[in-house]
Design a protein around this ligand. Structure first.
Ligand SMILES: [Zn+2]
Length: 259
């Protein structure tokens, strides 16, 4: 996210590089299925079938994040404006450029949309060893965390700061932003648990997913070595720690990763 409207996070950091290779070698982005909808109208006809269980699951998670963040925003700030969810397959245009499945889920601040290829969930399970519905919910809630950062103005302040910073410092700021999105995902999870939406073991699924996509683990898998200065999302330990913090406290104030 160094450029003007670049996507935040690519969702899952080193994954971008990792999967880009497979995309370059075989994926055909031409079978473009572009389904745009809001959380109340999640899937456009002709794209992902409306009765697709995963699409339905994502829309349930999204609706619940709206409820939670709507309430949290009304306590301290003006209203919460929900983002739009775009389910796509292969590739899709976004205000942040071409979005591709290989990038993993991402949020684009310029159009305030969350872009998600449902096939990522399979990847999460089979490639990263993080199966389960709450692992998937965490991924969605993390992207919603970036939307919250956009609404609070943090994203644009950080973007300015990162443009002035050197690479190392810019990466460090990115890590803080990503860890905060993890913590925000945890805050949502805290209230989801209170509502009885979580099953036993769900929190562990989320924490396992957070560990699976830490920069150190991804770098070790893809290049065999770990270069902390190049981290943009945080180590497995950090990601688990901040997700857990949000989950346990349910407090936005506990998510100050910039202190
Ligand atoms: Zn992110």
């Amino acid at each position: 996210m160094s450029g003007g409207g670049m996507a935040v996070g690519g969702g899952l950091g080193g994954l971008v590089l990792l999967l880009l290779i497979s995309a370059l070698t075989g994926q055909n982005p031409a079978d473009l299925v572009n389904s745009v909808g809001t959380s109340s109208d999640t899937v456009a006809p002709g794209a992902v079938p409306a009765d697709d269980p995963q699409a339905q699951f994502v829309s349930v998670v999204l609706a619940d994040t709206e409820k939670t963040w709507g309430r949290l925003f009304s306590e301290s700030r003006s209203g919460y404006e929900a983002p739009i969810l775009v389910l796509f397959s292969g590739a899709t245009q976004s205000a942040c450029g071409l979005g591709q499945s290989a990038m993993g889920p991402f949020y684009c601040p310029s159009d305030q949309k969350v872009y998600l290829d449902l096939s990522f969930f399979k990847e999460l399970d089979e490639r990263f060893g993080a199966p389960g519905d709450f692992a998937q919910a965490y991924v969605v809630a993390h992207e919603i965390g970036h939307h919250v950062q956009t609404l609070t103005g943090l994203s644009s302040r950080l973007q300015t700061a990162r443009q002035r910073a050197g690479e190392r410092e810019s990466n460090a700021l990115s890590v803080r932003q990503e860890l905060q999105a993890d913590c925000y995902a945890g805050v949502w999870g805290h209230y989801a648990a209170q509502e009885g939406l979580l099953e036993p073991g769900d929190a562990e699924e989320g924490l396992r997913a957070a560990a699976a996509i830490g920069d150190d683990r991804l770098q070790r898998q893809s290049q065999g070595t770990v270069v902390p200065e190049s981290f943009t999302h945080g180590s497995s330990e950090q990601r688990v720690e901040w997700l857990r913090r949000g989950l346990e406290s349910g407090s936005v104030d506990s998510c100050n990763t910039f202190q």
